[in-house]
Design a binder for this molecule. Sequence first.
Ligand code: SF4
Length: 308
Amino acid sequence: MATQFTHTQADRLVGEAFAMRAPLAAWWQSHARDLPWRFGRTTPWGVLVCEVMSQQTQMSRVVPYWEAWMERWPDAAALAGAAKSDVITAWGRLGYPRRALRLQECAKVVADEYDDRLPDDYDRLVALPGIGDYTASAVLSFAFGRRIAVIDTNIRRVLSRAFLGEESLGGSATPAERELARLVLPGDARASVTWNQAIMEVGATVCLPKTPQCDDCPLAAACLFLELGWPHLGQRRTRPRQRFAGTDRQVRGKILHALRELPAGSVLAYDDAAALWEDRVQLDRCIASLDEDGLIEIVDGHALRLPR
Ligand code: SF4
């Protein structure tokens, strides 16, 4: 595999990471948010559910959904046997509801092929429906305590700033970012889990995209980005935040919300759906795409309902 850093650079990065470990671990001990899936209080399946839910949604918003979900469907087998309409309804306003159906597909595979126990190796995890590199790595690290680099947007931003003194680019992680994450990861499995969680927490609560709170940061003493005076702060993000108003996402959300509010098993007449959105062409397109995604069913030609 081609390396992105010279021996000298790699040695420097490893040395700096070593120096950051103790202050970062101490900060984690005193500042980690007390989220219900942390500190060994849930199963590997519970960790996976939380990671899927929080992919496009802030963790603090996920908490009530995750708690209700895990109480209702505590394991993969329970979720596998649930009605699709209940799964979509329970997903509520977490957004990107296809994730709910993919999670149920994943649950079916875990229940049927793995005797309701989440596999604990990367290849089998990443082969599960809806599970990508990030989720597989996060589950291995946070649930199974394995030494593996976890790479998400927050971690990339913090590592890139602290070690390279520059903003992380948008889009997929670069080979250099992946190598950096692997290089600075502690060699000891237990320390690597704390490192992953703490760096991610720094990214979520302190090293914010536009307003890094360096005065409160455990990495400040060695952070190159701070030393250089925040070069090009926030300017290297290539994907601007997508607007929401007027998009198909908004229309699809309105339709699903109306269906969730109906008594179980009820249908939404097309005229009632049409009252939700003026642009009939866009409305029809969204109904068709929800149907195609398996999130709704069209009955009697026009009426809508959640799938059974
Ligand atoms: S010192 Fe500032 S820029 Fe560096 S990692 Fe911490 S919050 Fe981010």
